[in-house]
Ligand binder design. Sequence first.
Ligand code: ZN
Length: 194
Amino acid sequence: MLKVISGPMFSGKSVELIRQVNRYKIAGKRVMVFKFSADTRYSATEAASYDGLTTWAIPVSTAAEIESRVTPEHEVVVIDEIQFFDDNIVDLILSYVRRGMDVVVGGLNLDFRGEPFILQGGTKNMGDILGRADFIHLLHAICTARVNGKICGSEATRTQRLKNGEPVRADEPLVQIGSAESYEARCIAHHYVL
Ligand SMILES: [Zn+2]
């Protein structure tokens, strides 16, 4: 079966992924855990590291690397930051599901514009994964927009990209080079794209 843990940044996806891994370990399953590896273009490690996932997940950057490491003995494959992988990841995880394995993936459903996150290669997006899921844990964060000096506090379903504290333009690249920008969880009313 395919389990997808999704939602905006700061919604606790990695924590839920770890909980899933621990459950499979209690059940005595042979689990392989992968996370998207920061190549030099993007520091994906930060997103995962503060939840402790980096301590034991294998860093990889392509679907082919995962394929080369998963063997017939493995019963469960877990992948964090699935939205950063290439289009081939979709067919790969479905092949594992058809084989009878459990696949648990975590990742952003939407990009900073609020559109389904496009996979590397551009022919597939997170909707292709969410649409084939057997279980979806759609998590929410808390909107941290400030309204009259107070935190909004509503359920946040979007990730706001900011540069120098201001919303960015919609035509900016999906995966940013460098780290001048920052991110906040926002409700839809406080999600802005210029
Ligand atoms: Zn809000």
